[in-house]
Structure formats: C-alpha cells, structure tokens
Design a protein around this ligand. Sequence first.
Ligand SMILES: C[S@@+](CC[C@H](N)C(=O)[O-])C[C@H]1O[C@@H](n2cnc3c(N)ncnc32)[C@H](O)[C@@H]1O
Length: 227
Amino acid sequence: MALHDRWVQERKHERYYKLAKKLNYRSRASFKLMQIDDRFGIFREGDSVADLGASPGGWLQVAKERVGDRGKVVGVDLRYIRPMDGVTTIIGDITEDSTMRELTELFGGKADVVLSDMAPNIGGNYSTDHARSVDLCMYAVAVCDRILRKGGKMVVKVFMGDMIDSLLTELKPRFRSVRIYSPDASRDTSSEVYIVSKGFLASENVKLKDIAEEEKKPEFRAKGRNI
Ligand SMILES: C[S@@+](CC[C@H](N)C(=O)[O-])C[C@H]1O[C@@H](n2cnc3c(N)ncnc32)[C@H](O)[C@@H]1O
C-alpha cells in the first residue's frame, strides 16, 4: 500500500476509534453496521437478530438500539462478550455443532436478520486468510439455512479474493438480492467488504437441513484448500 493511502487509512481508523470512545460504542466496527443499515434498511423495530463473531459487542449495541426493547438480539463469539442489557450471548465456535444447535434452539427458524463480522486470526499468507474468511461465511450461510425466516436478511463480512465467487454461488439462489458494499467506516481499510443479502427464499430454493439428523459440519468447507 502506498504511503499516502496508509496515512489516509490510519487517520480514518483513528477518527472512528475516537468517535466510538466518545459515544460509548465497544468498537469502531459499530459505525460500519450503522452505515450498512442506513443504506440498506436492515433492521426493523422488534426484529430478532443473530450476530456471529460479536465480541467485543459494537454490532450488538447497534442492533439492540435499532430493534428496540421488543426485539431479540443474540451474539455468538469464541471470545468473552461483556454482558449487555437485553442481549443474550453464547460463547462458542460457530463451526461446532453444539454452538450451531444452541443458536438454532434459541431462534427456531424465526430470525429476521443474521449478521456476521467473523474474521479468522490473520496469518502471514493472504490467500489462506481469504480462504478462512470465506469458510466462516459459509458457516454463516449454514446458520441462515437453520434460523432465518423467509424474507429475512443477512450481512456478512468477507476478505476479498478469488473465492468470493464460490460464496456468491451459495448466496444467490438463497436470496432475492445480493449486493457487495464497502461502508465508509471500512473503505480503504484492508480488503474487507460486506455482502448484504435480502429476501431470504428459505424452503422455496434451498432444502433446509435437518439439524436433528445432521451431526456433521456444513459440507461446503472451502473446497480443495488445505486450511
Ligand atoms: C472483527 S471481530 C467482531 C467485531 C464485532 N462485530 C464488534 O462490533 O464488536 C471478529 C470476531 O469474530 C470472532 N470469530 C472468529 N471465528 C469465529 C468462530 N468460528 N465462531 C465464533 N466467532 C468467531 C472472533 O473471535 C472475533 O471476536
């Protein structure tokens, strides 16, 4: 990255970081979700929301504010999430059946929105990081198959790269619209983008997996890659 671009990126990080501190958001990622919601209208009052990769809780705060007291917000993360009023948290790995099952039981096919800001631990090799990011997105798709209601929405973060197409191939038959977006709070920073999908088609196009029978992991692990 050119020196000037890096300077612009650092200033932007710092601006959102300071704003998050000032407004009591747990992370500057909060602004990404606000900007996505302002642009695409993700939340409605009273919605039920599952937030995957939720720690430290910046997205949970925004989701809770926007769905209000009648809404239901559940956050999942490998890491501890400091308790938040009116928000349920699950500490677990979304790639584990037990976590997937716990989430499914909490929503029972009635979630209005599935969010994923999950990111793998960044190693030195970009193509491996990209493949891991796509893999996590595939798990988020598996969550949608289990808990998202017909017409529901999904927002998922992914690191750009050549495997994006395989992710879009999973998303397009499942949703009425699928858009790639980069909010100002993340633009110019790294290679992350957000895929905003609306109008979940549920059982019309996708055969819902029977969680009771299926004890194995989602079959679409990043194919052909040793990750
Ligand atoms: C960028 S942070 C999320 C920030 C959060 N959206 C916020 O606003 O505070 C990404 C998170 O994804 C979580 N994560 C990564 N892999 C995961 C997995 N397999 N299951 C659950 N969480 C995971 C990480 O522990 C990390 O906390």
